[in-house]
Design a protein around this ligand. Structure first.
Ligand code: SAH
Length: 342
């Protein structure tokens, strides 16, 4: 069986069926750029080759198990089953601007155990393969295509820490950007990380055009360590040097979750602006999505706005994020495997 993304395997199928090379281009365009599905992709091939292609290509590595559409906003949560029976989630976000984003997972569970994140509660099972990462994009693209739309941005903000699955992440990014595959501009893709300096450096070197987001959440070492165990290993000092390097490729997005009484004081905003001084960043303030079993609370909207105003006054490009998909538990940090699902 050849993977859909296996160039050598597809070439072998092409040559043994004497298919002209331009037909393979049409086949890939139908699948990856037009998101038409396998049936339509196979129809681009000569009739005599279709059976061999359909018998020897793995068109799907994930099974779409459930789809939940939000009643309050344009989010859809997709629950996929892997071949070894694990559940992962992707979310289609349809904000009012009309620019559709897809949030995808990079691992089954997560090994980072951030105290505010529901995914951490399920522990870590395994990395997703490159095909599993890409199949989320392919299947979501087909859903969005049926609505006459297309996915504009892809963010690695679902389940897992993408930079702890670097090999498969990098292969997936290369195919997402590949001109004969999905052909996404790097600026449409974003990888979000807890902050793993050596991996961030390699990422910046290999994918300078792809956007990087750092989940900072506090510029105080002690607070950050409480929120994110990884912070003990990768301190704010080292992270700052990495940020300076990464921002040479363009602005890095700083994600900052506002938690009542934890990281939202006037002093916290001051420490944050001192920490980020002179680094080209965009700060995105995230509202906390509560979930059962977590005793943290989000900062109320008025205080979130005040925090944003202080950052803006200090000269930082700052936005307040509004959460989509919270009624279907599809918002950030709510992507958690159904324990009784299977
Ligand atoms: N592991 C990566 C990507 C997954 S999380 C990372 O940490 O960046 C994507 C974003 O959602 C991160 O910024 C994360 O801190 C945030 N997040 C996690 N739990 C959340 C919650 N309960 N409410 C709001 N945002 C949350």
């Amino acid at each position: 069986m050849a993977s859909l993304y296996d160039t050598a395997g597809i070439e072998e199928l092409r040559s043994r069926n004497a298919v002209q090379p331009h037909r393979i281009k049409l086949f890939r365009t139908a699948l990856f750029k037009k998101a038409l599905g396998w049936g339509a992709a196979l129809d681009t091939l000569p009739e005599t080759a279709r059976l061999d292609f359909s018998n020897h290509i793995e068109f799907q590595s994930l099974e779409l198990l459930e789809r939940h559409d939000s009643k309050t906003d344009g989010a859809s949560k997709l629950i996929f089953k892997t071949p070894d029976q694990h559940l992962i989630e992707s979310v289609i976000l349809r904000p009012k601007t009309g620019r559709i984003s897809l949030c995808i997972s990079s691992q089954v569970g997560c090994a980072c155990y951030c105290s505010f994140c529901a995914t951490g509660m399920m522990g870590f099972t395994r990395n997703l393969t490159c095909d599993e990462i890409l199949d989320q994009v392919l299947q979501a693209s087909q859903i969005v295509k049926e609505e006459g739309r297309s996915i504009r941005n892809i963010v690695f903000m679902g389940m897992g820490e993408p930079l702890l699955n670097m090999e498969h992440l990098f292969s997936a990014l290369a195919i997402l950007c590949g001109p004969s595959f999905f052909n996404y501009a790097g600026s449409r893709l974003m990888v979000s990380t807890v902050g793993i300096p050596h991996a961030m450096a390699r990422f910046s070197e290999q994918f300078p055009a792809v956007q990087l987001a750092l989940s900072l959440h506090s510029a105080r070492q002690a607070v950050r360590e409480k929120l994110m165990p990884q912070a003990r290993k990768y301190t704010l000092d080292v992270l700052r040097e990495t940020l300076v390097e990464a921002s040479r490729n363009g602005k890095v997005m700083i994600e900052y979750l506002l938690l009542a009484g934890v990281n939202d004081s006037v002093e916290d905003s001051q420490v944050l602006t001192d920490y980020l001084r002179d680094i080209p960043v965009h700060i995105n303030l995230i509202p906390f999505n509560e979930y059962s079993g977590c005793n943290l609370h989000g900062t109320p909207l008025a205080e979130r706005k005040a925090f944003a105003d202080r950052l803006k006054a200090a000269g930082f490009n700052t936005t307040l994020r509004y959460s989509l998909g919270s009624d279907i538990a599809a918002a950030c940090g709510q992507l958690v495997q159904h324990k009784n699902g299977l």
